[in-house]
Every structure is written in structure tokens, then in C-alpha cells.
Design a protein around this ligand. Structure first.
Ligand SMILES: CC(C)(COP(=O)(O)OP(=O)(O)OC[C@H]1O[C@@H](n2cnc3c(N)ncnc32)[C@H](O)[C@@H]1OP(=O)(O)O)[C@@H](O)C(=O)NCCC(=O)NCCS
Length: 237
């Protein structure tokens, strides 16, 4: 990046976000791999005492990401900058899903979670169940009866070599812009406390927490804190 440019000039030079295409997927999957390599949340789910570092876990994660990204490319819920170098994946409000969408989500969600379970160790499975239960409770507490009415920003990742150049905010704003046009809020789960200031600058506010590992005898590090962050549509802020 040209450090001599002013903020406005840098924004002008930023390539525009565009809907992701199938041809972008290999690069996008590499970006997801690289961006989350040191993420505390991903380490918590993976690094259990009974995990031997084998490649099955990683292969299964890649397959899961590939299926998810394929689905969101097909349904126009995935956007990118520079052909997969930066990626955002979102789902619109569930209440706007057609019956076909609902059926696809049901089948795909079930197949993915059953498939993933087959590749997890006993301790990884326990942590995954802890996550599912606490995630459900936190969304109920934060969103109550509007869970089906909000946008969900599911994945945001920028390749490490492209971070800090405005790509992440441009992609996040693409999603919140679509949500604003429908006068809807957007929810996300932030997996890394270092991103809080970044999300605050986009209008997301912490509304709840998911604390993992606080009662686990096999996790020696401090508990992992995920933030449930909500951005109300522009006119209500
Ligand atoms: C978090 C992430 C998506 C941000 O994307 P990015 O392209 O690097 O961010 P941007 O360049 O758009 O940043 C915009 C602003 O936020 C700031 N910012 C970005 N990441 C930050 C961080 N981790 N901590 C503090 N500030 C941050 C930038 O300095 C910039 O501020 P400025 O406009 O005042 O200079 C990206 O760093 C990433 O992919 N990280 C690894 C994966 C991840 O954590 N994904 C989110 C999971 S919840």
C-alpha cells in the first residue's frame, strides 16, 4: 500500500466488492485458511488433548467451508474483492426465505453437522456441543423474537497480505448497505477481541457474550470470549 496517500485517495483506489463467482472459490478458501490460522476460537475448537494434529480435521474444515461458500455463491450471499483475496458471506433475514430455501437449509445444515461430527475427537465433540448450546442461548437472549428478522454476517476474512487496506470494511459495508435498504439489523459473532474496534467503527455494538472453556478441565488457557454484536439499520441509530 502507498502509505503516502490520504485516506480518501486510498478508498478511491480500492477495487469494488462484487458478488463472488465459482471461479473465486479456491482463492477464497485459501484466504479463510490463512486468515483464521491464529484465531483463538478456532484453536479452542481444534486443540484438544486427544487431537493428534492429523490432517483429517483440516480436510473436513476445508470441505465444510467449500460447501458453505458454494451454497452462498449460488444464493448471492457471498461477495469478494480481488477474486477471493477478501471474502464476506451473509444470510438475509430467515423470515424472507422461500420454502425451498428453508428445505435446503434444513438438509444442508443437518448433513454438515452430522458429517463434521464424524471427524471430531471425543473432546472436540464436547467443545462443539458447548458452542452450539451457548450460541443458541446467547442469540435468544440478545435477539429474542427477532432472530428471524435480522441479517447474519457469517464470515468475514481478508488474506493476511491484504489486511489493513480497507477491504474488510468495504465488504462489511456491502452487507450492512443491503440490510439498511431492507431496514434490518445485522448480527455477527466476533471470534477475536482484537476486532472489536473494527466492528464498532462499522456501527456494530456488543450486546452479549459467549464464553467458552470457563468450565473445561482440558483447556488451560484463559476462557475464549466471543462477542455477539448487533448493528441496527442506519435510520434507527
Ligand atoms: C478483521 C478483518 C476482517 C478486518 O479487515 P481489514 O481489511 O484488515 O480491515 P480494514 O482495512 O477495512 O480496516 C478498517 C479499519 O479498522 C482498523 N482495523 C482493522 N482490523 C483491526 C484490528 N484487528 N484491530 C484494530 N483495528 C483494526 C483498521 O486500522 C482501519 O482503521 P482506520 O480506517 O482508522 O485506519 C481482517 O483483519 C481479517 O480477516 N482478520 C482475520 C480474520 C478475522 O478475524 N475475521 C473476523 C472474524 S470475527
Amino acid at each position: 500500500m502507498d502509505r503516502g496517500l490520504t485516506g480518501a485517495a486510498q478508498v478511491n483506489r480500492l477495487p469494488s466488492p462484487r458478488p463472488m463467482k465459482y471461479v473465486d472459490l479456491p482463492n477464497a478458501l485459501r484466504t479463510l485458511d490463512d486468515a483464521f490460522v491464529n484465531d483463538p476460537f478456532h484453536r479452542y475448537l481444534r486443540d484438544t488433548p486427544d487431537y493428534n494434529g492429523g490432517s483429517l480435521y483440516h480436510t473436513a474444515k476445508q470441505a465444510e467451508n467449500a460447501i458453505i461458500c458454494n451454497y452462498y455463491v449460488a444464493s448471492s450471499g457471498a461477495w469478494t474483492i480481488e477474486s477471493g483475496a477478501a471474502v464476506v458471506v451473509y444470510s438475509p433475514a430467515k423470515s424472507t426465505d422461500s420454502r425451498v430455501d428453508k428445505a435446503v437449509h434444513y438438509v444442508l445444515g443437518g448433513a454438515l453437522s452430522q458429517g463434521a461430527r464424524l471427524t471430531l475427537t471425543k473432546e472436540q465433540l464436547k467443545r462443539d456441543e458447548e458452542l452450539q448450546a451457548k450460541h443458541k442461548a446467547a442469540l435468544e437472549q440478545v435477539l429474542g423474537n427477532r432472530q428471524d428478522e435480522v441479517f447474519n454476517l457469517r464470515i468475514l476474512a481478508v488474506s493476511p497480505t491484504k489486511q489493513g487496506q480497507g477491504y474488510g470494511s468495504a465488504l462489511a459495508r456491502t452487507v450492512t448497505g443491503i440490510a439498511d435498504a431492507q431496514r434490518r439489523a445485522t448480527v455477527l459473532i466476533s471470534s477475536n477481541p482484537t476486532n472489536t474496534r473494527f466492528y464498532n467503527s462499522l456501527g456494530f455494538i456488543e450486546k452479549g457474550q459467549i464464553i467458552l472453556g470457563d468450565d473445561s478441565s482440558t483447556w488451560q488457557d484463559p476462557p475464549v470470549v466471543l462477542l455477539v454484536m448487533v448493528r441496527e439499520p442506519a435510520e434507527y441509530r
